[in-house]
Design a protein around this ligand. Structure first.
Ligand code: SAM
Ligand code: SF4
Ligand code: F3S
Length: 445
């Protein structure tokens, strides 16, 4: 506990949902120390930036924000600024922070979240700079969280990654795969359901390899079945699934378990088997499509989303065409696409890359345009159907309208009362856009 006066903390997380979940744990620790929270950095006594290192643009953004905080610090020298998250795990970045950003007081490593109270006390007692990037714990497995939402909860089931895709920094900043004990996950989910949470999002960099490192191994489909048997009305989502491990058993389990969402996020990254080999993804485009064909053999309308990288080193026109071909063949509801970003220390960082930024930019625009056409056509399959929707919020640009996500992970807009936020409702779909569908409320709780 801190001494006199209420102290306010501003905690901002960047990057993936696992990082957001860590941010909620940072808040959990700060709450125990007596902090309250603010969304206005100007009134904060403590600013914690929980960073992402997956692309250069993510790092630049944080450096920009930290740079702009110099002014805040000059105005209020008692302000404490801390940097946590994946950026801190790269020694050249940690060095740069220390050298060039004297306004930063605390650096907290990804496996050292539990050290935050000690670092803060150190700082409050007058230390100039405190850092801890030790790999301590599985603290993040058990810590209390201050959750952002009262009806949607993320539950990390594993940490780290063993896959070493050649472009990716995550294995370097998050370490090797560590699975949480099934009993811990099950009791956390039970507690969340009892507390009224309606959506449980299971998180891991590759949930399909969950449990392989446990003393008594348990597969991810087994875990899904255990969670599905928990009493209560709620929906189970998960991400991400690595295609190399997306087994028929996993797909069968999705169809068998009524609480598991009928949606799969299956990041393909590229449609070219040659690029996939150089990415060290351990599957070919053909193998990926076999998985998709199996899913569609069970339900031709099944909802799929994916991640794609454009402009991987030496990606040829033919490689890029193969990516366009695969998105047309699979018909994803949505794609998350990124221009390749060189990450120092990864294998791809030293691969020759003769493709210009202009070409990469043009490919990205073509990809997005192609996907827009696919989505606007593909979303029409929902017209006339009634979708069960968990209501998220008021629609941003449409007064009187609400927005939510259907079981299939489709954004649904409809007219309704804000009291429905956080509830499941049924919406009959009447219209399809290229990013969402809309309809009319047919039943609510
Ligand atoms: N573990 C997940 C998987 O393999 O599907 C992905 C996690 S990663 C945080 C999210 C996405 O970021 C990846 O699927 C990939 O598309 C993208 N990504 C990762 N490294 C990248 C890089 N160096 N440049 C551009 N995009 C990258
Ligand atoms: Fe990165 Fe590949 Fe691991 Fe995903 S599976 S986190 S892309 S190394
Ligand atoms: Fe970024 Fe770290 Fe997640 S690098 S995407 S915050 S694991």
């Amino acid at each position: 506990m801190l001494g006199s006066g209420v102290r306010k903390a501003y905690v901002r997380s960047f990057g993936c949902q696992l990082n957001v979940s860590d941010g909620e744990k940072i808040k959990g620790l700060l709450k125990k120390m007596g902090y309250t929270f603010t969304s206005d950095e100007n009134e904060a006594d403590l600013i914690m930036l929980n960073t992402c290192a997956v692309r250069e643009s993510a790092e630049d953004r944080v450096f920009g924000i930290v740079g702009s905080m110099k002014k805040l610090k000059e105005l209020r020298p008692s302000l404490i600024i801390g940097i946590a998250g994946c950026m801190t795990a790269q020694s050249h970045i940690a060095g740069k922070i220390k050298r060039s950003y004297p306004q930063v007081d605390i650096v907290l490593g990804t496996s050292a979240i539990s050290a935050l109270p000690a670092l803060l006390l150190n700082k409050l007692r007058g230390a100039a700079f405190s850092a801890d990037i030790t790999e301590y714990d599985d603290f993040s497995a058990t810590a209390e969280q201050v959750r952002e939402s009262s009806f949607k909860a993320s539950v990390p089931i594993m940490f780290g990654c063993n896959n070493f895709c050649t472009y990716c920094i995550v294995p370097y900043v998050r370490g090797r795969e560590r699975s949480r004990a099934p009993m811990d996950i099950i009791s956390e989910v039970k507690g969340l359901v009892q507390a009224g949470y309606k959506e449980i999002m299971l998180l891991g960099q590759n949930v399909n390899s969950y449990g392989k490192d446990l003393e008594t191994p348990m597969s991810f489909p087994q875990l899904l079945r255990e969670l599905n048997s928990i009493e209560g009305y709620f929906i189970i989502r998960f991400m991400s699934s690595h295609p190399k491990d997306a087994s028929r058993e996993l797909i069968d389990t999705i169809f068998e378990c009524e609480k598991v969402a009928k949606h799969l996020h299956l990041p393909v990254q590229s449609g070219s088997s040659d690029v996939l080999r150089r990415m060290n993804r351990n599957y070919t485009a053909e193998k990926y499509l076999e998985t998709i064909d199996y899913i569609y053999s069970r339900d031709p309308d099944f909802s799929l989303t994916t991640d794609l990288i454009v402009g991987f080193p030496d990606e040829s026109d033919e490689d890029f065409q193969a990516t366009l071909d695969i998105i047309k063949r699979v018909r994803y509801d949505n794609i998350y696409s990124f221009i390749y970003s060189k990450r120092s220390g990864t294998k791809a960082a030293v691969m020759p890359d003769p493709v210009s930024d202009e070409v990469k930019g043009q490919r990205m625009r073509t990809l997005l345009e192609t996907q827009r056409e696919i989505s606007s056509e593909h979303y029409k399959r929902f017209i006339g159907r009634t979708l069960r929707v968990l209501v998220d919020d008021k629609a941003k640009k449409k007064p009187g309208y609400l927005t939510g996500k259907s079981n299939e992970f489709i954004i649904v807009e409809f007219e309704g009362d804000p009291s429905l936020i956080g509830q499941f409702v049924d919406v009959e779909i009447t219209d399809a856009m290229n990013w969402a569908v809309s309809g009319r409320l047919v039943s609510s709780p």
